[in-house]
Structure formats: structure tokens, C-alpha cells
Design a protein around this ligand. Structure first.
Ligand SMILES: Nc1ncnc2c1ncn2[C@@H]1O[C@H](COP(=O)(O)OP(=O)(O)OP(=O)(O)O)[C@@H](O)[C@H]1O
Ligand SMILES: [Mg+2]
Length: 497
């Protein structure tokens, strides 16, 4: 067995579990949730790393390994380990930075830092930055096991909430926007470039992905920040009133116009006009908006006196405007006018690595706004959050956290049980009851066809027959949905939209 560089073997026995460790991605979710704690071991020296992993596995942990900081970060993006064992010196970075990054996402994670002889100052810094303990190489593996067992058996609240908040503030946010995924980083870079300009911005994204927040963030980071930010939701205002709302009217311009009124365009002069759900505008209102954008002037209804208006326009939609242009439902010229800079907000399920940061943020926010002492999400709760598909995106996550904060009562820790039921069902579908399973068996293919048909019909009903919307709810492309409808022989009582 011998002594490996940097690691000396304690009282453990070799030979029982000498095979390769199971891929943690495949086994660790269920293992950990059944009580087997998961540990990520970050150490570049292969033999040492494997020794650590082996002894942890023999002690009952499910261990994953990463030889570099980059590898560790990508593993942390995908999974909320219970504990982290990290070497200070890594070939591609500083283990203490990795510690920071892990703890800002997972404040409940128990971290142990290992460091070479003579770097006691590293160890002290590690403790200050939130590690539960440190080990100076060479160390006894049994020591590491004991430290981890003790740390994981203590259900405690890290006291450094303020410190955590500070970390969140400085590192992973731009205004109110939080995120650390590559797509969020790209978004923030775009926003930094676009905000100071006057260019029109088109924001596209599913419901709850942060379109309005992005629009406000652009405004607050622009030279217009002290001027008004005026929102106009084209879907919320009846078509007949939308024009008057947007452009204003003079007294007597139409029945009911008992006084003059300024429109949202005028109200947004020198500031920003946010046109939400722009795809809901009628074609005639689209023509008027186009004119206002081209001429930079508006006319109140009932006058023919144009007024120069300097409002920056930001538009948002959760529809596919390009498809609407093809279908003749959205003016192509307006599309190009709006689409000077396009910002696409990816759904949360495509940037799961942002979930821990967002979740911590919403926990802090919810506790503060309810006057509660700070709470913390357990790693088990985080794993549930990271496994879910979030059809309502960030707003949905925010609501689930609010539920968790409420249901955790006096406990300072939010455990998986406190989270909404829908998160506990692996498919995220709570209402789905399986078809009967008679002893004589079933015809699998036709049963699955029935299930498919039922789900599609239910979502078409929810979407009031609108195929585009139903496809979105089912996470299918519209053409796939139409193919399925044809295949299932569902006759076309639904709108072609
Ligand atoms: N990146 C983010 N960081 C922090 N909070 C966010 C982020 N994105 C969205 N939120 C929050 O999520 C909630 C929903 O965001 P918002 O209202 O901007 O979404 P939306 O895309 O306009 O949704 P809808 O299409 O339903 O109108 C808000 O409370 C917002 O503050
Ligand atoms: Mg919105």
C-alpha cells in the first residue's frame, strides 16, 4: 500500500472496494437522497485523489472526483454535493476561489481544504472564507472521514449570511439580475454594452424568464435612469383602448374622452417606454407604432399636431415574432425596427447552474420581506430544485421558495419536505395518474399513444386551442405538435395559431 505523496493512510483497509468508483451523476442523486452523503474531491494529484475517494467510499460516502478547478466548477454546476474536499493548489486556479464559488451557491455545503506543508496561512484563510476545517498534507485519511462525518451530522446554520449576501452582491449580479451561467454572463455583457445607448431592444423569452427585469435593468443602467420608465402591456389593454393609452387623446376625440390625456409614449419622453407582449398588438396599432418609431413623433388621438418624443423603446414578447411575421400576423418592418438589438432569455431548465444562486437570493428576500430570521436551503432541497423543469421559469422558482420558507415554519433550514409537491414527482406532473396495469399485461404502444393524446388534449384545452401556446406548454415545437395531432388523428377543431 505504501505512503502516497501528500497523503498517508490511516486505519482504513484497502482491497474491499478496489473497482472504479461509480459515476456520481448516475447514482448520487438517489443515493444521497436516501441518506448517503455525496462528496466532491478536488485534487490534481491522481493517486492522492483516488486514495481519498476510495476511503470516503469505504466510509459510506458517494464520492465524485475532479482533477482541476474547471472540472470541479462544471460538476458543481450540475449537482449540489453535500461536501467538498478541495486542495488549495490546483493546476488551473486557486482552491480558495473554488471554495468561494461553491459556498456562494451552496451555503450549506461542508467544505474541507487540504494544503501542502507550510501553507498554514492558506488554511487560516480557508476557515475565514467558510471552510469547516483544513488538513495539512500529509494527513491521515481517517481524519478527513471524521471531519466530514461530524460536519455533516451537525445541522447548523452558517452564521455568515451577511457575508453570503455580500458575495452575491459583488460577484454574480448586474443590477437585480442574478446568474452565473455562460448564457447569463453573455446577457450581462450585452446589457453592459447596450444600456448606455439609445438603441431599441427586443427581449424574447418564455414567461417568467425576467423580460421585465431586464428592461428595467437596461433603463437603470442608462443615462435615462433619472427619467421615467413607463410600461405598456399590449395584452392587458383591450384593443379599442390601446391606441389612446399609447398615444393619448384630446378632449372629445371619441365618446367617453371627457378630458385630454397624455399617452404612455409622451409620459416616457426622455425616459424608456417598455412595450410588453408586443405580439398582442393589432396590425393597425403596429402600423401606428412603426410610424412613431420612424418619425420619432406621436399624435394624440383627435389632433393632427405631431409632437417630437424622445423615448427609448424596449419591447418584449414570449412569442416567436419571426414566425408571426411569416404568418402575416406581425409587420415585418416593425419587427426589424424593434429588433435592433435582440436579447434572448433562455428558460431556466436550460441554465440549471443558475438555480442555486437564484434560490439563495429568493430565500434571503422572502425571509427579509416576511420579517423572519435568515433561513438556509438544505443541499437535499437544492437538489430537488435543480432537478425540476420549471415551466414558469424564475417566477415559478421564486414562488416555490416562498412556499418553502413558509412551510419550514420555525426551522432555520428549508428541507425538501417544505417544497411544493410538484417538485417531488420526478416528471414534475402531479396530476398524471398511470393507466391501469392489469395482470394480463397491456399493449404498451397503444397505451402510450392514449397517454400522449390525453396530455396533448389537456394542454390544448389549457391554451384555449392555441397550438403555439400549447406547444410551448408541452415544450414541443409547433410543427412537432401538429405532426403528432395528425398522427393521433385529432381533428382540427383548434385554431391554426
Ligand atoms: N436573473 C434574475 N435574477 C433575479 N431575479 C430574477 C431574474 N430573472 C427574473 N427574476 C425575477 O423573476 C420574476 C419574473 O420576472 P419578470 O416579471 O421580469 O419575467 P417576465 O419574463 O416579464 O415574465 P412574463 O412573461 O410572465 O411577464 C420577477 O420577480 C423577477 O424579479
Ligand atoms: Mg413580464
Amino acid at each position: 500500500m505504501g505512503t502516497l505523496p501528500g497523503v498517508s493512510i490511516g486505519t482504513r483497509e484497502l482491497g474491499m472496494n478496489a473497482g472504479p468508483c461509480p459515476p456520481p451523476e448516475e447514482s448520487s442523486v438517489s443515493l444521497s437522497d436516501m441518506g448517503q452523503p455525496t462528496v466532491l474531491v478536488v485534487e490534481d494529484e491522481t493517486e492522492s485523489r483516488q486514495m481519498i475517494v476510495k476511503s470516503l467510499e469505504e466510509a459510506g460516502f458517494a464520492a465524485a472526483e475532479a482533477p482541476t478547478a474547471a472540472d470541479a466548477l462544471s460538476r458543481l454546476d450540475g449537482y449540489a454535493y453535500d461536501a467538498l474536499v478541495v486542495a488549495v493548489q490546483l493546476p488551473d486556479g486557486d482552491g480558495l476561489d473554488l471554495l468561494d464559488s461553491a459556498l456562494s451557491r451552496y451555503p450549506d455545503m461542508r467544505c474541507v481544504v487540504t494544503t501542502g506543508f507550510g501553507s498554514i496561512d492558506h488554511a487560516v484563510r480557508a476557515l475565514k472564507r467558510g471552510a469547516v476545517d483544513f488538513l495539512i498534507k500529509p494527513f491521515q485519511l481517517i481524519q478527513l472521514v471524521q471531519i466530514l462525518k461530524t460536519a455533516l451530522s451537525e445541522r447548523r446554520l452558517r452564521s455568515e449570511n451577511a457575508e453570503l449576501r455580500a458575495r452575491l452582491n459583488e460577484k454574480f449580479r448586474f443590477g437585480g439580475l442574478i446568474g452565473n451561467s455562460p448564457s447569463m454572463k453573455r446577457l450581462i455583457t450585452t446589457l453592459e454594452l447596450v444600456s448606455p445607448m439609445n438603441s431599441t431592444v427586443l427581449i424574447q423569452g418564455e414567461t417568467g424568464t425576467g423580460k421585465e427585469l431586464v428592461a428595467r435593468t437596461i433603463h437603470h443602467n442608462s443615462p435615462r435612469r433619472d427619467q421615467p420608465f413607463v410600461a405598456f402591456n399590449a395584452a392587458a389593454i383591450p384593443e379599442g383602448l390601446a391606441e389612446a393609452e399609447l398615444f393619448g387623446h384630446v378632449k372629445g376625440a371619441f365618446t367617453g374622452a371627457i378630458s385630454s390625456r397624455i399617452g404612455r409614449f409622451e409620459a416616457a419622453d426622455k425616459g424608456t417606454l417598455f412595450i410588453d407582449e408586443v405580439s398582442s398588438m393589432s396590425l393597425s396599432l403596429q402600423a401606428k407604432l412603426l410610424r412613431a418609431l420612424q418619425e420619432r413623433e406621436v399624435e394624440r388621438i383627435g389632433t393632427s399636431k405631431p409632437m417630437k418624443i424622445n423615448a427609448r423603446v424596449i419591447a418584449a414578447t414570449n412569442d416567436d415574432l419571426q414566425a408571426m411575421v411569416r404568418e402575416g400576423k406581425f409587420r415585418e418592418d416593425l419587427y426589424y425596427r424593434l429588433n435592433v438589438v435582440r436579447v434572448v432569455l433562455p428558460p431556466l431548465r436550460e441554465r440549471r447552474e443558475d438555480i442555486p444562486l437564484l434560490a439563495q437570493h429568493f430565500v434571503q428576500e422572502s425571509c427579509a420581506s416576511n420579517g423572519l430570521p435568515p433561513k438556509i436551503l438544505s443541499q437535499g432541497a437544492l437538489r430537488l430544485l435543480m432537478n425540476y423543469d420549471w415551466p414558469g421559469n424564475i417566477r415559478h422558482l421564486q414562488n416555490a421558495i416562498e412556499h418553502g420558507v413558509t412551510m419550514s415554519g420555525d426551522s432555520r433550514e428549508i428541507l425538501p419536505e417544505a417544497l411544493p409537491d410538484e417538485l417531488h414527482s420526478p416528471t414534475g406532473l402531479t396530476a398524471l395518474t398511470l393507466p391501469p396495469t392489469p395482470d394480463e399485461g397491456i399493449n404498451f404502444t397503444s397505451t402510450m399513444t392514449q397517454v400522449e393524446r390525453e396530455l396533448i388534449l389537456r394542454y390544448l384545452a389549457k391554451a384555449k386551442g392555441n397550438k403555439r401556446q400549447a406547444a410551448r406548454l408541452l415544450n414541443l415545437s409547433r410543427t412537432t405538435l401538429i405532426d403528432k395531432l395528425n398522427r393521433l388523428g385529432v381533428t382540427d377543431t383548434f385554431s391554426a395559431a
